[in-house]
Ligand binder design. Structure first.
Ligand code: GUN
Length: 294
């Protein structure tokens, strides 16, 4: 069994990005600037956004954290988005999801300028991704593609079962694995809450990508020998440690890892990759703006 080590690979990527930022500085160019908008006080979202900002510092990017109370109206948030779209200093930004229920997330995502949409959630970017054009790939699926590539996991002609059809992970993942090239050229099944006899699918799968949020859902008797397992689950489960919780994935790691050829741990698998790929998208946003201004 080979562990797909997201901590190591994300550090490699951050070092590669740092080297590029150093070059930009040497040439007297503007360094990438990422902004993150956070509405409300959700604990997990605060942690994620904090990690994103810290990662910017580590690679030499500029960053801005914009916090709003959970009583913020849709109009107030749309006003901020307009400002961010027009602010030439900001290369890319994200609006952390989920948003409070008085705000229509779809309306917000549509208002983000596609050229600054480093999450890749705008339909224009999502459509470009589906049509295999250059664009921002959503960070979590992008991170999974990078892990598969750097560990040389074979994907061509393989049967990939993606569990979960969220717009952030499952749906884009299913599109990416079916695209031409590597990693890709796979036969993809997208399973979700209405899928029947899911074990029949997972037992045939060469690669399983779970993005469910159900701790220890995928058991050893649901997979075949030699499977590759990518665990995107990050559920906070009560624990008597200092924090009062621990992060648990969708996969029964102890048992499934005995049958797997490749597997991601949780934590330390997909999670750190997500942040590294957001940085990569922000670097791409800066480079595209440079090209446009030439
Ligand atoms: N919430 C959970 N994952 C993400 C993500 O990748 N981007 C944003 N903006 N919100 C999220």
């Amino acid at each position: 069994m080979q562990l797909l080590d997201g901590v190591k690979v994300s550090n490699d990527i951050k070092n590669e990005i740092t080297a590029q930022v150093d070059l930009m500085k040497e040439r007297g160019e503007k360094v990438p600037h990422l902004a993150a908008v956070l509405v409300g006080n959700d604990g997990a979202s605060l942690t994620y956004v904090g990690s994103k900002v810290k990662a910017c510092e580590r690679v030499g990017f500029e960053s801005s954290l914009i916090k709003f109370p959970d009583t913020t109206t849709e109009e107030e948030l749309l006003q901020k988005i307009k400002e961010l779209n027009e602010n030439d200093d900001i290369d890319g930004y994200i609006v952390q999801l989920p948003l409070p229920k008085q705000i229509d997330s779809q309306k917000i995502l549509l208002a983000i300028s596609p050229s600054k949409d480093v999450d890749g959630f705008h339909p224009e970017n999502f459509g470009k991704m589906a049509q295999e054009m250059q664009t921002f790939i959503p960070a979590t699926p992008f991170g999974i593609m990078e892990l598969l590539e750097r560990y040389k996991v074979e994907t061509q002609g393989k049967h990939v079962v993606v569990i979960g059809r969220s717009h952030i992970v499952g749906r884009p993942m299913s599109i990416l694995m079916g695209r031409k090239g590597y990693p890709g050229n796979a036969t993809v099944t997208l399973a979700h809450s209405h899928t029947q006899n899911i074990e029949e699918l997972t037992k045939q799968a060469d690669i399983i990508i779970t993005a469910l949020g159900v701790p220890n859902y995928l058991k050893a008797d649901m997979v075949k020998d030699g499977v590759t397992v990518i665990d995107v689950g990050i559920t906070r489960v009560p624990s008597d440690n200092e924090k009062g919780y621990k992060i648990t994935g969708d996969v029964d790691f102890e048992m499934v890892s005995k049958k797997a050829a490749f597997i991601t741990p949780v934590p330390g698998g997909v999670g750190p990759m997500t942040i590294a790929m957001l940085l990569k998208n922000t670097l791409l946003a800066r480079q595209m703006r440079n090209e446009k201004n030439k």
